[in-house]
Structure formats: C-alpha cells, structure tokens
Ligand binder design. Structure first.
Ligand SMILES: O=C(O)CCC(=O)C(=O)O
Ligand SMILES: [Fe+2]
Length: 218
C-alpha cells in the first residue's frame, strides 16, 4: 500500500519565524541550513525551580518513536506536565506568544531529566515520513513543525545540545530557550536539525520540551 504523503499546509505557522526574529531579546543563530534561535533568560528562575520539582515527582523512562535497536539511545527520564498547574499553563502561553503559534497546535508540555551519563543521542524531532510509524504519530495532528527547549538549570558539566550538521553547541543555562524550525522553507522536513542531548558529566540536567504540529493537537 502506498503511504499517504504528509499534507503541506502553506501559510499555517509560517509567521512564527517572523515573530521570533522580530523579538529583540531573541538571537538568531546565523546559518543558512536551518532556523535556530536562542533566548537567554526567557523563563524566570522561580518558574524553573517549580518545574524541576514537578519533573522529579512524575518522571518515568523516556521512549522514542521508531525504535532503532539501541537501548541506550535516549536514557533520560520524561514526564508530561499538567496544564492545570499555573506555572505550566503560564509557560505554555508564554511560548505561544513568543512564537506566534496558537496553543492548540502544541503537544502537551514535557519535562526531561538527565543524570550523570544519560543522554539523547543524535536525532531529529520530526517523524520520518517513510518511517513505519508515521501514520500512527501523524495521522491526526500532522508533522511536528517547531521545537522549543527551555533549560531549567545550569549543569555542572556536560549536557550541552549539539547540532552536528551545523557544528553548533548550546550550553544549558537556567531559563535559556532554544527554538528551531524542523522544516525547510518549502515545508519538507529538515535533516540539518539533527541534534544530540549530550551526556551529563556532573550534576543533573532538567529541560522542558515543547513540540508544535501542523494541525491542532487533540
Ligand atoms: O536534552 C537536550 O539537550 C535535547 C533534548 C531533545 O532533543 C528532545 O527532547 O527532543
Ligand atoms: Fe530532540
């Protein structure tokens, strides 16, 4: 059976890069291969501390789509954050205002926790259009469009995010946001977004992750 091709919705979420780029607090990483932005002190320290507590309460082992046989590919722990919590709700709104992407396109906010030695090996956040699970993950809300990561703490050593196709490494720092477009300008998925959550060498690393979709999320 032939696979249904991902629907290309021109116009939806296309204004978001403009909103980010226009924000004077946001730094654009100059690279022709992908749209990548950094915003230092995006989230205040109290909110970061509160989110760390929530992650500690609810954490469970992380999983990946399209398992690849490497049980050590993503060794961190994950949790879904409850949007009834006022700090979670406020962050979700803040992210939407920053990007210009309506909240309804967002997946549930997630938290991740890495201990010493834990990592998320090089991967892309979009679902492989030819992957066996593409329909399962994308039939309702479509492909992932933008990713936002917020580092919730300073890591004692290690734990950087490395974009290997463009040789750019971003260090965790309390409240720092990292955002990128998973697609190229024509709407196709962008392999240059490949990134690696590198091993923590000392201390713990906490982040939140927000993924947006082409269509409303449940
Ligand atoms: O931990 C990181 O630095 C990156 C996390 C990540 O890539 C993800 O959650 O998709
Ligand atoms: Fe990722």
């Amino acid at each position: 059976m032939t696979k249904t091709q991902p629907e290309l919705i021109v116009g939806v979420n296309q204004g978001d890069a403009a909103a980010l780029a226009a924000n004077p607090a946001v730094q654009k990483v100059p690279n022709p291969k992908l749209e990548l932005f950094i915003y230092k002190n995006f989230l205040d320290a109290e909110s970061c501390a509160h989110l760390i507590k929530l992650i500690d309460i609810d954490r469970r082992p992380s999983t990946i789509a399209d398992p690849n046989g490497d049980d050590y590919f993503r060794t961190s722990e994950t949790c879904d954050l409850n949007h009834d919590d006022p700090v979670v709700a406020a962050l979700d709104k803040q992210l939407s205002e920053l990007s210009g992407i309506e909240q309804k396109y967002g997946e549930t906010l997630q938290g991740q926790r890495y201990e010493v030695g834990q990592e998320f090996k090089a991967h892309t956040d979009y679902f492989e259009p030819q992957g066996q699970d593409y329909d399962r993950y994308c039939s309702v809300a479509g492909q992932r469009t933008w990713t936002f990561t917020v580092y919730l703490n300073d890591v004692d050593a290690g734990g950087a995010t490395r974009f290997k196709a463009i040789k750019k490494t971003v260090q965790p720092e309390t409240g720092k946001l990292l955002g990128w477009n998973n697609r190229r300008p024509d709407g196709s998925v962008n392999p240059s977004t490949i990134h690696h959550g590198m091993k923590v060498r000392k201390g713990l690393k906490y982040i939140i992750t927000k993924w947006y979709r082409e269509k409303p999320w449940g």
